[in-house]
Design a protein. Sequence first.
Lengths: 247, 310
Amino acid sequence: MGLIDYQTVLGRMLREQNRDDYLRGVSLAAGESRYLENLRDTAEFRFYASVQRSWCVGRAMKAAHLTLSLLPQEERERLLDEWIDSGSGAQSFFFVEAEAFLDFIGGHLSDRPCEYTVCQFERATMRASNGANVFVAPDAASLRRPDTCLSRGGYAAVVRFAAAIDQLSNLPGPLADLFSAGLIVMFSPGRAQLWHEPAPEEVDLWEALESPASVRTLLDHGHSLETIERLLDHGAIEYSTVSLSTQ
Amino acid sequence: MCIQDKEVLPANGKPIQPLGVGFPYFAGLPADLYRSGLAAFVEITPETLCRQRTTGSAVEIEIRPDHLATAQQTCAGLPVVVHGVELSIGSAHGLNNAYLNMLDSFQKEWPFLWHSEHLGFQTIAGDNDSTLEIGVPLPMPATVEAVELVAERSAAILERYDVPFLLENPAHYFSELPTDPEIGNEYRFLSAFTQKSGCYLLLDLHNLYCNAVNHHFDARDVINTLPLDRVIEIHVAGGSWRDGFWMDAHDGRVPEPVWELLEYVLPIAPNVAGVVFELLEEHATRLGVSAIENELRRAWQIWNLSHGAN
């Protein structure tokens, strides 16, 4: 049996435990296929499968403690199963796994504004924390060139705790308080605490950069250079590499 | 602690000084542990000091300068060896070049005496040239193709870093692996690997113990077949039962039979330069410094006995 075929089939059998087409695209003799099929029925393979799955669950749960804690156990387990059955959960680098899993959960919470917001909050915390390790405040000198293009920071986010009162009943007290207060939080990798409550003009600038824009455009629309400099310094916004020639 | 003053076999023309007992670097443990004299050297898993950055299909493993600086400060000048986990040297579709690129940078920042990896594979090819993580490390089949693949890659790694490169015998839970008669079994794989590659072995006694318990053989019989003159480092560790298997969990103290294996092998493995007590970080903090120190003292007792010290 060729090494690559053996590894491909064995790897698929563990990654895709609910699929039966793990022999697809490989060329094995009948005896080799039988060996791998028989292997799948052994206690030792089931042990491997159980360990693999539990490690994947552990990685995912570590990534989304807060969000998962808000979901009923049945839904939590269903989401984890779906995530792992798709072949995910096996990455060893935490931030990569964490962001992908939080994106996945967020995609399933579109009709649950509170839980979705908490998911965005957890993701924003993770992202800013990851960014803080590498963030270096850029030189603001380029802002003097009107054509300089700006965009939202890659490690930044704004999270709005907005929900109707009747949607708060399932939330723990401290989280419900955030929604009741209508809190808006801006995450920036360059801030010591990673977050702050943004001033209205900072929120306006963030909104204006839903897509990249030039300094000239931003100034023309009434955003101040001081606000632009401040958010740039904290990494909430950044110099963009996107060309604006078509705008 | 006593350190033997003879040198072990030359590796790449450079003799390796026996170090004694070492311990992995964990950022979460008190720095005093690394300054207590109980660790003669530190084993670093560089990936724990790194972050992964993905740009399109390109993956990069970057060293985090802040983590590196903390580790260097904590280890306070102790000799360092590297024990990687991300290489996947046995993956037929390709090993992890991002790991090697990172190790290039790491070696410049913090030179190491030798480095090691696990004999096995943990990735397979996905669609469109992507790499898929399996989620658990898997053992290599004992085939000619597998030996040649691993030996060729290891020889290139030996040349690239100019320090000894060691592969660790894995714990695994399959009672039978595909085997070519020319190789014989997974342990003869190790002999063939060292002969073909010029590389060395990290003999993990707990992995061997796991396999012996789960697959019902005598670990000493296997030790007697290994090329012990190629063993430069030894691991001892703890494990636990799960679903009827003794698992290589690195979750606690070293079982007595593993200490006995260390007592058995040290006098007959002439070139061992270091013994490391392995733990996972989450279990290290739970186990506590005092218990860790006791395990290190036990390792030193056995080391000193086999090296003729008091």
